[in-house]
Design a protein around this ligand. Structure first.
Ligand code: SF4
Length: 684
């Protein structure tokens, strides 16, 4: 009845889906979540929520939630008690330490849990090999922006977007992937901001744009260098900013001189005049803000793309001031935080190098453990080593690489080849099914902790209900394994205790405490208890060794796979507003599945007509890696020769088709460009 949906009490927490980090109130009655509403006081969302944030909570009370540890015996899972599961894990993990062991952390788990998993991996298992799905998304931002401006995170806050004179949204389908943040952009346009949208697909946001550039997929470096060329050739750059705050300008200038407009127009598919108008609008924005996402990073030259973006901001002095900046929009609820917590193979928490002897010494002393001062393997290398049999044991917390990684046949082989695989999650995901032991984890609504959203705002999540069955918070599980292995340093009574240990070792979080996060959270860097946090980075200097912003001359490099006669279409993977990542949560929500519960291959009308596709037919889509089936959907927003799918649906896993070519610097795969062929199977 209606009355049964009225909550008896409400708990203030944070949406578990995207990196915007909207504040929510969970309504509780009878030990279950019965309602959700936006937090009107949240500075992130002012009470607004998107469809996932507002309606997608059925998964929490879902009957398929894991409630007991599972051990695979003779190929079948059996429910067991914690003691039996922990004993088996402790025995096996004791056998496979060092280079035989790796762990995969989670952008969905809390900061405390990610901190603890890297402590466990580095300290207890003495393995440098830890990574997570940031490798699939913004690793090029972390590396590229560190090189150019010293910090691989959004330089400015979400609230500032509204006051930008000009917003350039490149490679971001914001209304789909960061819906509430997109509302800020649309509001800004209504109050006079100029909007430039650059995307190979005519996305929803393009309807609000003053300029829309539909460039060829993979041509971002050429396009951004062309914009930079206009800015330099026509004197639109900020001379005093360049002189006072940057290095390498002359090298960049020289690299732009040799670019030929014929070639740039050919590579990008965009006319010079439109590029000129874009350059003028961005350079004259005063201030101008660049927002970008996977369309920039998921390329075999993703780091170059990021450097090309920061070149523009440095040229025009759009850094270190309000409503300007370079703003990578982080995808998952806590992907910023999981990177901050050092679940990356080359850094401890707070981006402190694992190769710096002083830093290593600091962590050794604090943890009372021996640490190897070496970089570990990236996600792709972890799977390669597992496939070859060199990696014996893998511990995966809350990730589902069997749907999210490119070329998933290879990932399947890797998981099958590992001698001992432990997966902890809230459901028996595709990945968990491959495990030797599955551990039941608590969801975001059943635990305490912190998430850090895309704008570096650290926010508290709070326990609203009791976790089902015997499931436990991920941090409790990691601690229990370490204790079973008779290791000290994991005797935490609360998530807050873990947070305090972390902040003492992580200068950028140094001044943050649970008490200080009670209302609106805090933006890192927050160095001490008097520091109010830092919504705007780079105000006085850049965090590079010279404290200057560094220009990077670049060269256009074609994508790794180019269409040919056999595989004539370029497939790019994207997202649906109604589903989330590998669907482990949203596919459990009936309402969302009713609206959008099936994979489609989207295709341009001309290509569709050439193949005699009218929309709705079953298609067979094949690449050099595999074949899947999905229905067709006509999308006039796509360029001819380009097709698009999501990666949410295990029935038609698009990552069967995607390729493993990677950006050599960051290791991020080229998920935006894989070539495919299409065969029509039936008419409906
Ligand atoms: Fe949740 Fe993101 Fe939607 Fe906000 S925009 S409600 S954080 S999914």
């Amino acid at each position: 009845s209606r009355n049964s949906l009225t909550p008896a009490r409400e708990v203030k927490t944070i949406c578990p889906y995207c990196g915007v980090g909207c504040g929510i109130y969970l309504g509780i009655r009878g030990g279950e979540i019965v309602s959700v509403r936006g937090d009107p006081e949240s500075m992130v969302n002012q009470g607004k929520l998107c469809v996932k944030g507002r309606f997608a909570y059925e998964f929490i009370n879902h009957p398929q939630r894991l409630k007991k540890p599972l051990i695979k015996k003779q190929g079948k899972f059996e429910e067991v008690g914690w003691d039996e599961a922990l004993k088996l894990i402790a025995d096996k993990f004791s056998k496979y330490s060092g280079n035989e062991f790796a762990s995969i952390a989670s952008a969905k788990c809390t900061n405390e849990e990610n901190y603890l998993l890297q402590k466990f991996t580095r300290g207890v298992m003495e393995s440098p090999h830890i990574d997570h799905c940031a490798r699939l998304c913004h690793a090029p931002s972390v590396v590229g922006l560190s090189r150019s401006i010293g910090s691989g995170a959004m330089s400015n806050s979400i609230a500032e977007i509204g006051q930008a004179g000009c917003i350039m949204a490149i490679g971001t389908n914001t209304t789909v992937s960061h819906p509430v943040l997109a509302l800020q952009i649309i509001k800004a346009v209504k109050t006079g901001s100029k909007l430039i949208v650059i995307n190979p697909q005519k996305i929803e946001l393009a309807k609000h744009a003053d300029i829309f550039l539909q460039h060829n997929p993979g041509s971002d470096v050429a396009l951004l260098m062309a914009i930079a060329k206009v800015i330099v050739d026509e004197g639109l750059y900020n001379q005093s900013f360049i002189e006072e705050r940057t290095e390498n300008f002359l090298k960049l200038k020289k690299s732009l001189e040799i670019l030929s407009w014929d070639e740039l127009e050919h590579i990008t598919g965009v006319e010079k005049e439109k590029i000129r108008q874009t350059a003028y609008m961005y350079a004259e924005g005063d201030p101008s803000s660049i927002l970008y996402a996977m369309g920039i990073t998921q390329h075999s030259h993703g780091t170059d793309n990021v450097l090309a973006v920061s070149n523009l901001a440095l040229l025009t002095g759009n850094l270190g001031r309000e409503s300007s900046g370079v703003n990578p929009l982080r995808g998952q609820n806590n992907v910023q935080g999981s990177c901050d917590m050092g679940t990356l193979p080359n850094v401890f928490p707070g981006y402190q190098s694992v190769e710096d002897p002083e830093i290593v010494e600091k962590f050794q002393k604090a943890w009372n453990m021996h640490l190897k001062p070496v970089n570990g393997m990236m996600l792709s290398e972890i799977f390669e080593k597992a496939r070859s049999g060199d990696l014996k044991s893998l511990y995966i917390m809350g990730e589902n690489p069997l749907l999210s990684e490119p070329d998933i046949q290879k990932v399947k082989m890797a998981l099958e080849n590992v001698e001992f695989l432990v997966v902890q999650d809230i459901f028996l995901t595709e990945t968990a099914r491959q495990a030797d032991v599955v551990l039941p984890a608590a969801s975001f609504a059943e635990k305490e902790g912190t998430f850090t959203n895309t704008e570096r705002r650290v926010q508290r999540i709070k326990k609203a209900i009791i976790a089902p069955g015997d499931s436990k918070s991920d941090w409790e599980i990691i601690s229990a394994i370490a204790k079973k292995m008779e290791k000290s340093g994991f005797d935490f009574k609360s998530a807050e205790e873990i947070f305090s240990e972390m902040t003492a070792l992580t200068p950028i979080y140094g001044g943050i405490s649970y008490d200080r996060l009670e209302n609106q959270g805090l933006h890192w860097p927050c160095l001490d208890i008097d520091d109010p946090g830092t919504p705007i980075l780079h105000q006085n200097q850049f965090n590079t060794p010279s404290h200057k912003g560094i220009f990077h001359p670049l060269e256009y490099i074609p994508s790794a796979e180019i269409p040919d006669e056999e595989y004539p279409f370029i497939l790019g993977t994207g997202r649906s507003l109604y589903q989330y990542h590998t669907g482990s949560m949203t596919r459990k929500v009936n309402g969302l599945n009713y609206i959008d519960g099936e994979e489609f291959l989207e295709i341009n009308p001309d290509d569709a007509s050439n193949l005699n596709i009218k929309g709705g037919e079953w298609l067979e889509i094949s690449s050099r890696r595999g074949t899947i089936r999905a229905r067709s959907r006509i999308n006039p927003g796509l360029l001819s020769g380009c097709v698009s799918m999501t990666f949410h649906f295990q029935e038609a896993p698009a990552n069967c088709l995607t390729q493993t070519a990677r950006d050599p610097v960051s290791g991020t795969p080229e998920l935006k460009i894989s070539t495919v062929k299409i065969r029509v199977l039936s008419e409906d």
